[in-house]
Design a protein around this ligand. Structure first.
Ligand SMILES: Nc1ncnc2c1ncn2[C@@H]1O[C@H](COP(=O)(O)OP(=O)(O)OP(=O)(O)O)[C@@H](O)[C@H]1O
Ligand SMILES: [Mg+2]
Length: 598
């Protein structure tokens, strides 16, 4: 079974989760800031249930006392009281609905913020193992499920219980024998409810899995749309989607079936109870043990009694779904980054760009070393290049220097301070990276250069644009630097994106510049632009360049050749050529290639 499948399986189990008191308590803790409001809502819901239960209690008074005795003024008073309770109940219900949704939205807002903030700060390693689709589901769907619990769910469940208690109280004080007769259907109701709950719960769990599956399927295939279309996989993709879609529909139909059976069963039991009241109570009326008013009042109580029971079993389902969702949310919130800031960080203000790797070993996964005993040092202002085959570990070195991951063995120091003694943000504020694949956010070119940093002035941006040669392109656009950029910059060419990312790095004016060169090639003109831009970019700062085109790096102070995670050669371009080793071979290969292309 693949890792993915195992994960899925785990999720599946979590979906069928029953009530868990620890989880429940943790969920309840989110109510804490709104204690007063919750207390108020609880008082309101108790009042509503009492008001509702009072009305049938007035029936025997109206019928047996007032109507039977032809007491019209008395009857009018009862009617006014009835109307009054109705109006009052409506008003309170309005406040209740407003208050509970307010509480629900507040809590959800807090929680969503917390989850997103937590996720954004999680270490990169976490994202290696967690598909984007699933994380998006956490922050949106899973939290939305909790809304029902936090808003009306729990408070009205409370109200339902109170309604039942009030009704039982009034019924038993009116006539306990008739009450027992009425409630004789209760065991059947309890049984029917438990059968319903069990079935709906598992059906619900399966629906949620299918929804998650559908979400990630859509997300993945729309992200990879060009591949789908290029390799003419549309039909197959649609077919696969259809299957998930069909399963989803089938499962929904099943759950609707359970509801369709359960609700009428509850109705039927209610009718049986009413029948029992009329049968037994009617007999008692003949022998005048019970009045007609009491019988009508019991019938009214019975109708009111079954609704909260039905609602409660539905709410129990909501609660269980919420349990599963909250477990996944808390699981996310409990994730600790393996890379942590020190308790007493060293300020990273005076970083000049002296970098030292000392016997660094590193594995993404235990024991599978990607870097083996790597040592080198870079002096302030030096230009260092890394070369090596794909998968040699070049980007990994960058990941470690930026502390996206911590070294397994050995150490990395910047200005003689182990980078683990800096705050991650302080360290990174000294580094700018131009990555292999440029990522652009939706917005405009300007916002992609300053990334919303207010400290970067327009003058700085203009200068960076000029220095990277991006100005030609920007001037050709009608909106200039405010030109709209789509998600991932899909409307721009690779070269344009590259230049934007150069301007971004330049605008941030870092002490240390890292360039992870794109493997994709661009046209000669853009290539020249990029080469020029790189020259400007690395001027006067410590630069680390990962180059695939050796032409980029001939003027570097030091070239380090990596092979399968080990440093094989180190020196200047000339020295390495004279060495006639790995670099020499690489150079020969590329030179021939370029010669051929020329
Ligand atoms: N997040 C990751 N989790 C596990 N293994 C990884 C991860 N990233 C990279 N690797 C592995 O580490 C090794 C080195 O990868 P790295 O990205 O450093 O190579 P590279 O030298 O930058 O290659 P390229 O020139 O293709 O960019 C590869 O074998 C790769 O499969
Ligand atoms: Mg790489």
């Amino acid at each position: 079974m693949s890792v993915h499948k195992i994960k899925y399986k785990k999720e599946e189990e979590a979906l069928g989760k029953a009530l868990d008191s620890q989880l429940f308590r943790r969920l309840l803790s989110y109510f804490k800031p709104y204690k007063l409001q919750i207390a108020f809502a609880t008082i309101l819901t108790i009042t509503i249930s009492a008001l509702a239960a009072v009305r049938p209690r007035l029936t025997p008074i109206a019928i047996d006392d007032k109507i039977a005795n032809k007491d019209l003024p008395g009857l009018q008073i009862i009617i006014i009281i009835l109307l009054g309770t109705l109006v009052l109940q409506g008003a309170i219900q309005y406040i209740m609905a407003y208050l509970t949704s307010w509480i629900g939205q507040k809590i959800i807002y807090d929680l969503r913020k917390k989850v997103f903030e937590h996720t954004i700060n999680l270490n990169l390693k976490f994202f290696d193992n967690n598909p984007i689709g699933r994380l998006v589901t956490r922050v949106t769907n899973d939290i939305e499920v909790l809304y029902e619990v936090f808003s009306s769910g729990l408070v009205t469940a409370f109200g339902d219980i109170f309604t039942i208690i009030w009704i039982l109280y009034f019924m038993f004080t009116l006539d306990w024998k008739l009450s027992l007769v009425t409630l004789s259907v209760l065991p059947i109701l309890v049984y029917a409810t438990s059968v319903f709950r069990k079935n709906v719960r598992s059906s619900y769990a399966r629906i949620r899995i299918l929804v998650a599956k559908m979400n990630s399927y859509i997300q993945e295939h729309i992200t990879g749309i060009s591949i789908v279309q290029l390799f003419v996989r549309e039909k197959k993709t649609v077919e696969e989607f259809e299957k998930i879609n069909r399963d989803h529909t089938e499962e929904n139909k099943k759950s609707i079936f359970y509801y369709a059976v359960f609700f009428p069963v509850v109705e039927l039991l209610g009718a049986v109870a009413v029948g029992l009241i009329i049968w037994y109570g009617g007999g008692q009326v003949f022998s005048s043990y019970i009045s007609v008013g009491v019988i009508i009042s019991f019938i009214q109580f019975t109708e009111m009694f079954f609704r909260p029971i039905r609602d409660l079993s539905e709410k129990y389902n909501i609660l269980q779904t919420a349990m599963a969702s909250s477990e996944r949310i808390f699981d996310l919130l409990d994730r600790k980054s393996p890379v942590v800031d020190p308790e007493y960080p060293v300020p990273a203000k005076d970083v000049k760009g002296n970098i030292d790797f000392k016997n660094v070993w590193f594995a993404y996964n235990e024991e599978d070393f990607v870097l083996k005993n790597v040592s080198f040092c870079i002096k302030e202002g030096e230009r260092i290049a890394f070369v090596g085959a794909t998968g040699a570990g070049k980007s990994t070195i960058i990941n470690l220097l930026c502390r996206f991951y911590d070294v397994t063995k050995g150490s990395i120091t910047v200005e003689n301070t182990d980078i683990r003694n800096f705050n991650q943000q302080d360290l990174r504020s000294n580094i700018a990276i131009v990555l292999q694949d440029v990522f652009l956010f939706s917005g405009d070119i300007k916002s992609n250069i300053d990334l919303g940093n207010d400290l970067i002035s327009n003058a700085t941006i203009d200068e960076s644009v000029r220095n990277t040669g991006l100005d030609d392109f920007i001037n050709s656009l009608p909106e200039g630097i405010s030109h709209k950029v789509n998600e991932r910059g899909s409307t721009l060419s690779v070269g344009q994106k590259q230049l934007i990312s150069f301007a971004r790095a330049l605008a941030y004016n870092p002490k240390i510049l890292i360039l992870d060169e794109a493997t994709s090639s661009v046209d000669t003109e853009t290539e020249l632009l990029i080469q020029e831009a790189i020259k400007k970019l690395i001027e006067g700062r410590t630069s680390i360049i990962i180059a695939h085109r050796l032409s980029t790096i001939q003027s570097c102070d030091k070239i380090i050749v990596l092979h399968k995670g080990e440093i094989k050669e180190m020196g200047t371009h000339q020295q390495l050529l004279e060495n006639q080793g790995l670099y020499y071979k690489l150079y020969q290969l590329q030179y021939k290639e370029e010669f051929k292309n020329a």
